[in-house]
Structure formats: C-alpha cells, structure tokens
Design a binder for this molecule. Structure first.
Ligand SMILES: C[S@@+](CC[C@H](N)C(=O)[O-])C[C@H]1O[C@@H](n2cnc3c(N)ncnc32)[C@H](O)[C@@H]1O
Length: 442
C-alpha cells in the first residue's frame, strides 16, 4: 500500500476538527475551588484576570468562559485555521471583546506580545505534542505565568494506559501505511487491531483492558480517534516525572481539577490506607493513587510559588466562596458521585438543606449560615460538604452578583447562537452560565 500525502502539522493530525465540548475543569472558579480545599491561595475570580488556553480545539470552553467573565481577558492559540475560525464565529455571535485568538504553533509562543497570565491551561495537549513543542510550552509558562498563577495541565497517565501503548503503535502504523480517504484509513487501522484481538492473541488475555478499549473505539468518531491515537506523539507520563519537570519553573502540584481525586476517602480504599499514609512525599502518594485507581487521565493544577493560607485566611476564604445549585433538591436522591473505586450518594438532610437553600439563589457560606435551616452550621464541615456536592455537579462555585449581571448579555447572545445550532451536526451540549462563570450541561 502506498503512503498518502499527510495532513500533519508539527506531528499533529489536522484532517478533522476536534469534537465540540466544554470542559468544566478549565473554569477558573472550579480550579480555585480545588485550591481552596487544599488551603492554597489563588487569584480572585471576581477581579480582572488573564487566562490563556494553549491548543483550544474549537474554542467551546474558551468562548463560554470569555462570555461569562467579561471582567477578565481570555487568550488562546491553536494551529488549526478551522478551529480558530469556529471559535471566532462563536465569539462574534456573542459580541465578545475580551477574547484574543491566535492561529499559530506552540513553536512560536515566544514571539507573542501577550500580558502575563493568572491562568494557563493546556487540556488534551501534553501527551499529544512532541518533546520540542513541550519545551516551547514550558519556556512560555516559565516566562508568562505570574507568581501565584495556576497552570492546568492534563495528560494520559501510565498506569491506566500502559496496556494500550503497543496497540496504539499498531493503530498508528496501520493508519500511516493505508491509502484512501481519512475515514477509510481510520477504519482500516481499527480493523487491523480488531483482527489481532480476534486472533486469540495472548497479549489481549493478559491485558483485558486493551480489548475493552478496542471495542469502545468502534463507537468513537474518526475525528476523536485521530486526535487521541494518530499523532506522531502519544506519550504517557508518571506523575513524578511531570512534577519534577515543572519544579524547575517554580511550579508545584496543588490539586486535581477532578475534584473527587483530592478526597482520600473516595480514592484510597481502607486496605491501602496504611501504605498511603506511610508514603513520605507527594510524588509517592499521587503515584500510589494513580495505581490504586488505575488512572488513565490526570487533570493537574500546578501553582507557581504557592502561598499556603493560614487558618484565619482559610476560614475567611471558605466563608466568602459563593455557590450555586445545579440541580433541584429532588434530583439529589438520584445523583451519584462516582470514582474509579466507589459510588456514593450525597442525600443527607444537610445535603438537602444546602441544595435547597442554594436553589433560592447563589449564596456564600457566610450567607448560608444565616438561613434558619442552616443556623449552627460548622463552616469547615459545610465547605467540605459543598466541595463534595461540587464534585457531584449538584452545586458549583458561583460569580458575584455584579460579575454575573455584567456577563448576562454576552451569555444570552452566545446561548442564542448555541440554541440555533441544536439538532444540527454542530450542536453543542452545554450552555454558558453567567452564574457559574462557564459552561454547564444544557
Ligand atoms: C486534543 S485537542 C484539545 C482541544 C481543547 N483543549 C479541548 O480540550 O477541547 C489539542 C489541540 O491542540 C492543538 N495543537 C496541537 N499541536 C499544536 C501546535 N503545535 N501548536 C498549536 N496548537 C496545537 C490542536 O489543533 C488541537 O486543537
């Protein structure tokens, strides 16, 4: 079979646009909540801030964030012209003036005249770009992330993906060696690994998760398969090597943006607790957790020169954090918080009282404490409960009334555009929310 002309730029496949999705982990309020639970200071999301997304895909997250936070400035760079055009069209429909998009490569990051950033996010990038590009990103973050600023970095983790590494190599080689249309080549690559799996290969008996993943691939779009598996690079990382790598730029791991991953009782079973408690470093604990959970994808938040809050600062921060309800109190009974190892329900009288009170309007913890049903609330315990409810998507950290009011016209225009697209091939399943400062499921 002959080699096809390639649609690759900097080793990244560009035939198909990235799927249209909002990622709540990119919402600065969500990241700041993760840090507040760890007692680490973060920029205030109600004051002006700067946010950069490196590799923003079709811009769904970035545009929704910009619409819901007109007091902040949002920047993004992506090399695919189609992605930039899509994001710009959404931004124009919303009438945004606080979104600055650049079509370009990470290799050119050093040449941009952008301000320093409070937040830099790279979601779905680190595993999939080559080592020289990762170096460019690191140099950029080193030069442009403010002290106390946050880096959101997601990547494929070794424990959960290890079995798939040789399969991905076969997939990519088969795709590269096949001729035909993009779709045909993806299907041919899938067929190659399916045949291997069906040939009773001992590899698949020893690695049953690889079989499960190959089956799942059958229901994924060709675009998703290309972005996930068919780039030049697909590097799996250990937590410890990533943390080491960033420590040179003064960045320390602060929390997972996957909120439940920060809760020991939800991630470390009783039988593993003694081993976990005996671990002497953060790297050992996080690595152990990745093995305990067979973690596939990490959503890490790093902070540049983090400041640990003292008790008084922490109490004040928790008291001032505003929350909004994302579900009604009757929906709590059905809702579940699921981790890799357990499922819990959050439907006690306290959970119900908090969700009911927030259903009447966004409130800070200090305001909640004045409500008759919640008088005597222990602020520490209540913050922990609201954190878990946030992990379960029953509540979310919310904007001040003033910020939400200013955002509403932009959010309304953006959502009107998203409504117009419903039932079309470019429908998006989230809507922007002025209250939570980002996207929520429609
Ligand atoms: C997997 S997608 C993630 C998109 C988005 N962050 C999200 O999660 O929805 C990776 C993105 O990085 C962009 N990208 C890959 N290599 C790049 C490079 N060298 N320079 C700029 N952008 C790049 C791709 O075009 C793509 O939009």
């Amino acid at each position: 079979m002959s080699q096809q002309p390639t649609s690759v730029s900097d080793g990244y496949r560009t035939e198909a646009p990235y799927p249209l999705r909002f990622h709540r982990e990119l919402n600065p309020r969500h990241m700041c909540l993760a840090l507040a639970a760890q007692g680490i200071a973060a920029p205030s999301c109600d004051l002006p801030y700067t946010f950069m997304e490196l590799g923003f895909g079709q811009g769904v997250s970035l545009v929704m964030l910009a619409a819901a936070n007109p007091h902040a400035q949002f920047y993004g760079i992506d090399m695919m012209a189609e992605h930039v055009a899509h994001a710009q069209a959404l931004a124009d429909a919303a009438g945004l003036t606080n979104l600055h998009l650049k079509q370009g490569s990470f290799a050119d990051l050093a040449n941009q005249t952008w301000p320093p950033f409070d937040f830099i996010a790279a979601h779905g990038v680190w595993t999939w770009v080559t080592a020289p590009l990762r170096n460019h990103i690191q140099t950029f973050v080193d030069a442009r992330l403010k002290p106390g600023g946050l880096l959101y970095l997601s990547y494929n983790a070794k424990p959960g993906w290890a079995a798939m590494e040789p399969v991905r190599a076969v997939l990519k080689r088969a795709f590269d060696a096949t001729s035909g249309s993009f779709e045909q080549r993806v299907q041919a690559a899938l067929q190659t690994v399916r045949e291997m799996e069906q040939a009773q290969a001992l590899f698949f008996r020893a690695n049953p998760t690889a079989t499960v993943r190959i089956k799942q691939l059958g229901s994924e779009s060709a675009a998703y398969i290309a972005h996930e598996y068919l780039n030049a690079e697909w590097k799996l990382f250990d937590f410890a090597e990533v943390a080491d790598d960033w420590s040179g730029a003064g960045l320390s791991f602060a929390a997972s943006a996957n909120l439940q991953d920060n809760v020991i009782d939800l991630t470390v079973r009783a039988e593993a607790r003694a081993t976990f408690d005996a671990a002497t470093s953060l790297a050992e604990r996080e690595t152990l957790k990745d093995f305990l959970l067979n973690k596939q994808f990490r959503r890490d938040i790093y902070v540049r020169r983090p400041h640990t809050l003292d008790d008084a600062q922490l109490v004040a921060l928790h008291a001032q954090t505003r929350f909004a309800a994302l579900m009604r109190v009757d929906q709590l009974a059905e809702a579940k918080l699921t981790t890799e190892i357990m499922t819990v329900k959050l439907n006690s009288p306290l959970h119900q009282a908090l969700v009911e009170a927030l259903g009447r309007g966004p409130s800070t913890l200090a305001e909640l404490q004045t409500q008759p049903a919640l008088v005597g609330l222990n602020p520490n315990a209540a913050f922990g409960t609201l954190f878990l409810l946030s992990a379960m998507k029953a509540v979310a950290p919310a904007a001040s009334a003033e910020v939400a009011r200013a955002a509403q016209p932009f959010v309304d225009r953006l959502n009107a555009e998203l409504d117009r697209r419903s039932n079309s091939a470019i429908a998006i399943s989230s809507r922007s929310s002025a209250i939570v400062g980002g996207g929520v499921r429609a």
